[in-house]
Design a protein around this ligand. Structure first.
Ligand code: ZN
Length: 256
């Protein structure tokens, strides 16, 4: 056993305290401490980390553009979390809360209500919930049930359903708007669409790239390209293993 890493879809501080995981209903949960207690203070390193931060580590090590020093992974799930590698380093911010892509405001004024209580966030316009409401207006949307709805949208998109294609184009445009903010700030080389976005990427990317090009100050969007992640829904778990492997690569050999 070389280490244990737990991925959480939420804000995780450097001590492994989950400050907020809205979709799990968690607030101020000292997860690392609980796990250490439950496991009897194991000798191996135990880390609690944001799921998108772990996924981008896996994307950088195993993905289609492995080794890229400026890479963003967008986790399309209940919200849109971003794992950001800039100049070769994972960008966490001062207390570990960087990468809340889903709460960038992209509506010029007002905009639909977001789960965070604010209006016009990227989540509320480009998230899976918004896409499902647009593409399948009859469907009841609950984060626990995104999978079957995404499968249905995928099936209808392949069949050329005009309403579903329009819903995907609108969602792609909002995603591209959010990505243009990332490009203007940190100019990543690749933005990989992960989670539920991966399977829908062929329909999201054309409109997202058009919006990105239109809204980026640098010509050709500073070279930033939007791609489908090469990893499946286990990206965050692969990232947990990657984190341990990276530590060993850096010389942190396990104690016998
Ligand atoms: Zn929000």
């Amino acid at each position: 056993m070389l280490g244990l890493t737990v991925a959480v879809p939420g804000l995780v501080d450097p001590d492994g305290v989950v400050e907020l995981a809205a979709n799990l209903g968690w607030r101020q949960v000292d997860l690392r401490k609980s796990l250490l207690g439950a496991l009897g203070d194991p000798a191996y390193p135990l880390l609690v980390e944001n799921d998108a931060n772990l996924a981008v580590l896996a994307e950088q090590r195993f993905g289609g553009h492995a080794g890229t020093a400026d890479l963003v992974y967008l986790a399309g799930g209940a919200g849109i979390g971003a794992g950001i590698i800039s100049d070769g380093r994972l960008l966490r911010g001062s207390r570990g809360f960087a990468g809340e892509f889903g709460h960038l405001p992209i509506a010029p004024s007002g905009g639909p209500l977001c789960d965070c209580g604010r209006h016009g966030c990227t989540d509320a316009l480009a998230g899976l919930g918004a896409l499902i409401r647009r593409a399948l207006p009859e469907a009841a949307v609950s984060p626990a049930e995104f999978g079957p709805h995404v499968d249905e949208i995928h099936r209808l998109a392949k069949a050329g359903d005009p309403a579903v294609l329009a819903a995907l184009a609108t969602t792609g445009r909002h995603l591209g708007h959010g990505i243009s903010i990332l490009t203007n700030l940190i100019n990543p080389e690749y933005v990989a669409l992960g989670g539920y976005f991966t399977v829908l990427a062929p329909w999201l990317i054309p409109d997202a790239e058009r919006e990105l090009l239109a809204r980026s100050v640098a010509g050709d969007a500073g070279g930033t390209r939007i791609v489908a992640s090469a990893l499946d829904s286990s990206a965050a778990a692969a990232g947990g293993a990657t984190h341990v492997l990276d530590a060993i690569d850096a010389g942190a050999l396990p104690t016998p």
